[in-house]
Design a protein around this ligand. Structure first.
Ligand code: SAM
Length: 290
């Protein structure tokens, strides 16, 4: 049997936990808990710290499997004995993370839910360096202009992963991919999908070096999306939820396509439209396995 980890009680020992240590916390006003809550709720704090919060054992296991650096693992005392939780805690400790054994009130405070997730992780953010975008090795990228909704962004990251896209560029003032809601909606795909960011100005300059098609999607596009030619490399450009792609962005496209609609809806949801486009672009490459 492996020796039990050093286990300290916050009530009996003042000061922050040391990396690799397991610490019990029962107070919602403990500074470490306040900091995790701030990371979960405040974009400004995430940006300053370069960290983010993932909630739920599946996400945390996925992140550690993909080798995302973990800083803190929090688990509820009531799941302490579950083998998967114990394994995750051991792995986090071995990687130098602080492990916190907490009560339900603390988890409720962190996750802001009466029925909280029992495992929460704090990880380092990872952004893909735009200079490493290589259309020869990764021919399908998606540009999202000023995307605002974290649920849409998470869903797009998940769909991009599902079709085997090579990465996503967040253009302009977008929502935070490391917001709890966005991370949750990715269902773990955020740990596998390169995400780069550029201002619109930088994007328009960078786009000149993109050697292939730049397919814009627009409600006034003249080409049926099923009739466009999708050759590698392709950069798919999606517009913002409220107003679509602005003129300076459509001017940067090689083709503007439209998804036909019947009925009264004035447009498709951004994540749905992105999914429709990605499956069309990948139509010949995706096959059922097994
Ligand atoms: N009122 C906005 C407009 O005028 O464009 C609607 C934007 S729509 C909710 C968000 C994005 O989804 C669009 O910018 C476009 O990229 C894509 N989209 C939605 N429906 C589409 C369609 N029927 N054809 C092409 N793109 C579409």
């Amino acid at each position: 049997m492996s020796p039990r980890p050093p286990h300290t009680d916050a009530a009996s020992q003042a000061g922050p936990a040391k990396p690799g240590q397991v610490k019990s916390i029962t107070s919602v006003s403990n500074p470490m808990i306040k900091e995790i809550r701030a990371l979960a709720t405040q974009r400004k704090r995430r940006k300053e710290a370069g960290l983010f919060v993932a909630e739920g054992l599946k996400l945390i296991t996925d992140a550690m499997q993909a080798d995302w650096p973990i800083r803190t693992l929090v688990f509820g005392a009531e799941v302490r004995e579950q083998p998967m939780v114990a394994q995750a805690a051991a792995k986090a400790r071995a990687r130098g993370a602080t492990v916190l054994d907490v009560n339900r009130a603390v988890l409720t405070a962190i996750t802001r839910r009466d029925n909280p997730q029992m495992v929460v992780g704090v990880f380092e953010q990872q952004w893909f360096d735009t200079e490493r975008i290589d259309p020869a090795r990764g021919p399908l990228w998606i540009g999202l202009d000023t995307i605002r909704d974290p649920g849409n962004l998470g869903t797009i990251i998940r769909t991009a992963d599902a079709v085997g896209a090579d990465g996503i560029i967040l253009i302009g003032d977008t929502t935070d991919p490391f917001a709890v809601e966005a991370v949750r909606a990715t269902m773990g795909s955020i740990f596998h999908m390169p995400i780069a960011r550029m201002t619109r100005e930088t994007f328009l300059k960078w786009r000149k070096s993109w050697p292939g098609a730049v397919i814009g999607t627009h409600l006034e596009g003249s080409i049926d999306y099923r009739k466009a030619a999708y050759t590698d490399p392709t950069l798919l450009l999606m517009g913002t939820e409220q107003s679509g792609l602005p003129e300076e962005m459509t001017a940067a496209c090689t083709q503007l396509v439209r998804i036909p609609q019947a009925g009264q809806a004035d447009s498709l949801n951004l994540a749905v439209a992105t999914g429709v486009m990605l499956y069309e672009i990948r139509r010949d490459k995706l096959v059922l396995e097994g």
